[in-house]
Design a binder for this molecule. Sequence first.
Ligand code: LMR
Length: 393
Amino acid sequence: MFETLKPQPADKILALMAMFREDPRDTKIDLGVGVYKDATGLTPVMRAVKAAEKQLWEAENTKTYTGLAGEPAYHAAMAGLVLGAGYPADRLSAIATPGGTGAIRQALELIRLASPEATVWLPDPTWPNHASILAYLKMKSATYRYFDGETRAVDFSGMAEDLATVKAGDVVLLHGCCHNPTGANLNLTQWGEVADILSKRGAVPLIDIAYQGFGDGLDADAAGTRLIAERLPEVMIAASCSKNFGIYRERTGILMALTAPSQKAVTQGTLAFLNRQNYSFPPDHGARLVTMILTDDALRADWQAELEEVRLSMLGLREQLAGELRRLTGSDRFGFLAQHRGMFSRLGASPEQVERLRVEHGIYMVGDSRLNIAGLNAATVPILAQAIVDCGI
Ligand code: LMR
C-alpha cells in the first residue's frame, strides 16, 4: 500500500529549521521558527516551571490516566488567564490538547461535526498551518484582507469590508494578539468593530491566542479575546502555553468553547469525544505545571515577572533594530518594527532578498520575510540591520 503515497509539501517553517541546523557557519543567525531565545541564544526553562517540576516530582505518586478532557483545574486556570477571573463558567466547555496546534485541529474537527458546510475565514496572511490543516480536513476556507504591505499595519477597512460578506454560521479565525506572521494587531476599538460585524452576520469567531504576554502584557494581550467573549454568543478559543510558559516540547494547549448554557453539556461531551477519537487522553505534564503555577501565588508572581522580562527584552530589540535602520537608511521606513508586537514582524523583503540574506549573510527568516525578533541579541541587531541595507531591502 505504501507505494501509493506521494511526497507531502514540506512545512516551510520546519524546513527552515532543518536548513539552519545544517549550516556550518558559526556566524549564522536564526530568525525563523517562533521560539524565544535569550541573549545567549538559549531557550531557557522558566524559573517557575523548574520550581513546579521539582514540587511535582516530589509530590506525584501516580501516572495513571487523567480526565479525557484534561483536568478541570487546568480548564479553570486557563479560562481565568485568557478570559479573566470573571469568566462565564456556565457557558464554558474545554479540553486540554497537545499544544496550540492540537487546539486548532480540535476546533476545526468540532466545526466540521457541528456544521460541515461552514466556511472558515482566515486572515491573509496567517500562520501557514491554519490553511494546511483546513485543506487536509477538506473543509471550506476563504481569506479576508488583514495586512497592508505598504504601511505594514492592519488593513482594517479591507478587513471590515471582507468580514461584512461572511455568511451566518461561518467561522472567522482571529489572532488574539501578536499576529503571526506580521506583528500587526487590532486595537481595542477595531476589536469592537469586528465584534459588531460578526454579531450582525451571525458568524462564529475562532480565536488563536498563542503569544499572550509577549505583546503589551498578559491582560492587554487578552483584551480583544475578552471583548469578543462578552459580546458573541458562541466563541471558540485555542490557546497555547508553548511560548508564554516556554514549554514547547511538553505540548500544552487548550480549546475552549463558549456556548449558550443549555448547550454546555453536549459541547463538553463532544469535545471529550474528539479527544478520544484523536489521541484519547491529552498530555498531562505541561498542563499540570501550568495549573500549579497559575494557582500558587509565589510561582505565579515569579512566572509573570520572568514573562515580563522576556516581553521587555523583545521590545528593546525592536527599538534597537528600528533605531539602527533609521541611522543606516536616514529614513523611518522601518519604524513599523518598533510598533509591531510579539515575536514576529514582516520585513517586506522579496523572496530573492530573503534568499540573499540566507546565502550571503547566514541570516535565516521565513520566505515571506517574517523575522523572529527573539532570535536577535544586542550584538546581532547591527549585523542584521547592515545586511538588510546590503541586500537593498
Ligand atoms: C511558528 O510560527 O514559528 C511557531 O508557531 C512554530 C510552528 O509550529 O510553526
